[in-house]
Design a binder for this molecule. Structure first.
Ligand SMILES: [Fe+2]
Ligand SMILES: [Fe+2]
Length: 423
């Protein structure tokens, strides 16, 4: 027998049951009754929640769900049972919770003229145009093709130019912070502020970030217990509070797997553009999305102080999904080996692995950036020990030489206190 598809209304009822019930089994029984799913198990309920995350129902607008009035209840002999509200069309429920998702889905199905889109959305062409414009403005990758049709467009690589990177004599000065994971309970928010403020006071006003600014809503087992801000809006607000706004200071970032898997692959929101626009809407023009974001390739290409080959510096910000190796330099070596002829940058800044090391490999200065996320339960279960902190980097061309100085500023986790159990 085919499984009954979960609607938003069902998920809402199940969420209320979980909040109100003393345990998963009771929640599953209550949700089973209210949604008409006899024999609903805890595991099946958990799977339904993960699918709801994929559709953006929970992760994107959890706050909306929190503040919505609970559905009507009926009293059945002393037991309170949740009652299913009249069902609504799935697309309407989606649209209410994830703005523009209906437009994205319509365009993901293939190239659409405005009339096609109006038919798909069951609205007037003028209204369809307005809704498409709003989706584009929000960061969804919808564009007009040469035939005047709306298409779901994958972004193309592009080079991000930073013309005014500070220099001290011949040295170009940049600072790097990576893998902030804002929204996680283990994010070192205070240390991010301390590092950026110190860098700024020492004249480093270009901060580069190779990905994982936010924790997102990855669905590994138990992720909901490791996050303190749920959804894009809440995590972005926290990110803006965490990154200090200082005179002349700018942040240049690419996104990482946490943003891409949480928002791009589930609901088609291009997170780099969305982060930049969200920051702008909150009066912050110092957060700048840098370059490319292709599926499975979270990297950006930067050109610092362009115009003079003697001083300009090519940088790759990379957040490719490497695995840790026995030798810490191995992912950097393999990354440099894979450069096509003529495409090597001067500097490779590689995030994602949450460890720190620096090498000169085949003429590329490689820095495996550290992170600002402490060891959570997931990392501990994988025997992963993160290195926390940021890096100050000076770079200089000198004839055939390309010199560099790196100064890591490590933050140490608070020592574990061994407290005797009394009694
Ligand atoms: Fe990370
Ligand atoms: Fe990552």
């Amino acid at each position: 027998m085919a499984a009954v598809p979960w609607t938003y209304e069902d998920i809402h009822i199940a969420l209320e049951a979980i909040r109100g019930g003393p345990g998963g089994v009771v929640a599953a029984q209550t949700a089973a009754k209210a949604t008409g799913r006899p024999g609903l198990t805890r595991q099946a309920l958990s799977r339904a929640f993960r699918r709801a995350c994929d559709r953006g129902w929970i992760s994107e607008r959890l706050s909306d769900i929190t503040y919505r009035p609970p559905p009507p209840t009926t009293d059945t002999g002393g037991k309170t049972t949740l009652t299913k509200t009249p069902s609504t069309k799935t697309t309407e429920a989606d649209d209410r919770l994830v703005p523009h998702l209906d437009v994205v889905r319509a365009v993901q199905g293939g190239a659409r003229t405005l009339i096609d889109l109006a038919n798909a959305l069951d609205c007037s062409p003028k209204s369809a145009q307005q809704r498409a414009d709003a989706a584009i403005e929000a960061g969804h990758t919808i564009a007009l093709n040469d035939a005047g049709e709306l298409v779901f467009e994958l972004p193309r690589p592009e080079t991000h130019v930073i013309p005014d990177v500070p220099r001290d004599g011949d040295w170009t000065k940049i600072a790097v912070i990576s893998d902030l994971h804002v929204g996680s309970k283990h994010c070192f928010e205070q240390e991010i502020g301390t590092f950026v403020t110190e860098a700024h006071s020492r004249g480093y006003t270009s901060i580069l970030i190779p990905g994982d600014l936010c924790e997102g809503n990855l669905r590994h087992h138990g992720f909901e217990y490791e996050v303190k801000a749920f959804g894009f809006d809440a995590q972005l607000q926290l990110l803006l509070q965490t990154l200090p706004e200082l005179p002349g200071l700018t942040y240049h970032f690419c996104v990482g797997n946490h943003e891409v898997n949480s928002w791009w692959k589930s609901i088609g929101l291009r997170p780099d553009i969305a982060i930049e626009r969200h920051a702008h809407a909150n009066g912050r023009t110092d957060l700048l999305a840098s370059g490319a974001m292709l599926p499975n390739m979270e990297s950006a290409y930067l050109l610092l102080n362009p115009g003079d080959p003697e001083t300009e510096i090519k940088v790759e910000l990379s957040h490719t999904g490497d695995k840790k190796a026995y030798a810490m330099s191995y992912p950097l070596q393999k990354h440099v080996e894979a450069y096509l002829p003529g495409s090597k940058p001067h500097l490779l800044l590689k995030g994602h692995l949450h460890c720190w090391t620096a090498h000169d490999i085949r003429g590329v200065v490689c820095v495996q950036t550290a992170c600002f996320k402490g060891q959570g339960a997931w990392e501990r279960s994988k025997n992963m020990e993160p290195t926390n902190g940021g890096t100050l980097i000076d770079l200089k061309h000198e004839g055939r030489y390309f010199d560099f100085r790196v100064e890591p500023r490590f933050a140490r986790p608070a020592p574990l206190v061994w407290t005797p159990i009394e009694g």
